[in-house]
Design a protein around this ligand. Structure first.
Ligand code: AMP
Ligand code: GLY
Length: 416
């Protein structure tokens, strides 16, 4: 098979690596890819991001299957466009992708199908939103309706903070339109988990759970980032939590997907909050998480291409995904200064003493030399039978990966 993989992050390097392991795969074009996919077995980067150009490329190269990494092309209808041309693609159609593309749409869907989630109100009028802030309990959560590159959520401790957030979204328009509509949501206290899963529209199979570490500093301090590392499986996802999730979130979501008649053969990622009052759904993502993918796919033993094909043929009810029963963590090495300002272009060296995989993200290959090219530069994997072993392995591997100004958290896997 010839595959086309869309995206350029650490998630896509992990996807490319995993897909390349399939005996069925002969070649993977990665558009636009990064320094990791540039040097990965069977892979070749192609510098295309425009959807119409991607369609033309898939036709010219006679691509057998296209896999989409990030949310933007999905919410912009890439699946519809590929299918219209008779091209095989894995991912939800544009209408279903609004489960991630619009918070008000996804919250309405959750409410309609009884999916357990925080109470909320939707606003398109700033005066009404400000009036609501007079009487709502604090802390409260203000969310931009549209995609805001993971920055559209403000946890507000008091009215002043909430007023500032609402005004910046709705009046100053800091998200270029994505915050013109907002939701204000009940604050939930608990521990988060990422449950990536695959659906064919009739069945959902959850993957191994993950635990992201969003803040930049140890102990969960400092500003939020795209994610500084992931532990899989997530130790807070006990059997009881999983049952709660399956009954009150997953099964009801599936009913909703069926009843809405969504064309959904793709990934559905549940961001959940485990609280004293039970397990709540915070959000849907219609793609794999980054850096969740790096840990979760590392534990997948099944051929991922076969799993995807089963979804495309609506055969997930007959599919069993095999997993390594160990523990995987990935620790993100970031550029000094991230998530604020940072410099790029520093040479990256990865010694052969590294025992496990290093997935590259904000990195490019220039004349065979790897250089930093983003905030989150790469993920170093650690694998073990236990969490302790996985942590030891990851932090040992990090000793053999260098670039100027490399920063990482030292508590991945241990912080609550
Ligand atoms: P979201 O994009 O909706 O997942 O929100 C991003 C992050 O904000 C989540 O991963 C949580 O850490 C936090 N968050 C979102 N909604 C809530 C909520 N209702 N209560 C507490 N924290 C939340
Ligand atoms: N790591 C969280 C996400 O991909 O949305």
């Amino acid at each position: 098979m010839k595959l086309l993989l869309i995206g350029s992050g650490g998630r896509e390097h992990a996807l490319a690596w995993k897909l390349a392991k399939s005996a069925k795969v002969e070649k993977i074009f990665v558009a636009p890819g990064n320094g990791g996919t540039a040097i990965e077995n069977k892979c070749e980067n192609v510098n295309i991001t425009d959807i119409d150009e991607l369609v033309k490329f898939a036709q010219k190269e006679i691509i057998d299957l296209t896999i989409v990494g990030p949310e933007d092309p999905l919410t912009n209808g890439i699946v519809n466009k590929f299918k219209k041309e008779g091209l095989k693609i894995f991912g939800p159609a544009e209408s279903a992708a609004q489960l991630e593309g619009s918070k008000s749409f996804s919250k309405e869907f959750m409410k309609k199908y009884g999916v357990k989630t925080a109470e909320y109100e939707t606003f398109t009028n700033v005066e009404e939103a400000l009036k609501y802030l007079e009487k709502c309990p604090y802390p409260t959560v203000v969310k931009a309706d549209g995609l805001a590159a993971g920055k559209g959520v403000a946890i507000c401790e008091n009215k002043e903070e909430a007023v500032t957030a609402v005004k910046s979204y709705m009046v100053d328009d800091i998200f270029n339109g994505a915050g013109q509509k907002i939701i204000i949501e009940e604050f939930l206290e608990g521990v988060e988990a990422s449950i990536l899963s695959i659906t064919d529209g009739k069945t959902i199979i959850p993957f191994i759970s993950g635990k992201d570490h969003k803040q930049i500093f140890d102990g969960g301090k400092g500003p939020n980032t795209g994610g500084m590392g992931v532990l899989a499986p997530n130790p807070y996802v006990t059997e009881d939590v999983m049952k709660d999730f399956e009954d009150n979130i997953m099964a009801k979501t599936l009913t909703g997907i069926r009843e809405e008649g969504f064309d959904y053969k793709g990934i559905i990622f549940f961001g959940i909050m485990i609280t004293k009052k039970g397990t709540y759904l915070l959000e849907y993502n219609v793609r794999m998480g980054d850096p969740e993918t790096q840990s979760v796919l590392y534990l997948m033993e099944s051929d991922f291409v076969e799993v995807i094909e089963a979804a495309l043929h609506e055969e997930l009810d007959k599919t069993i995904i095999k997993w390594n029963d160990g523990v995987c963590i990935n620790v993100v090495l970031a550029s000094k200064g991230y998530p604020g300002e940072f410099t790029k272009g520093h040479e990256i060296t990865i010694d052969e003493k590294v025992k496990d995989k290093v997935f590259l993200a904000g990195a490019k290959a220039e004349d065979g030399i790897l250089k930093t090219n983003g905030g989150r530069v790469l993920s170093v994997i650690g694998l073990g039978k236990t969490l302790e072993e996985a942590r030891e392995d990851a932090y040992e591997n990090i000793k053999f990966v260098t670039f100027e100004g490399a920063y990482w958290r030292t508590d991945i896997g241990t912080h609550k």
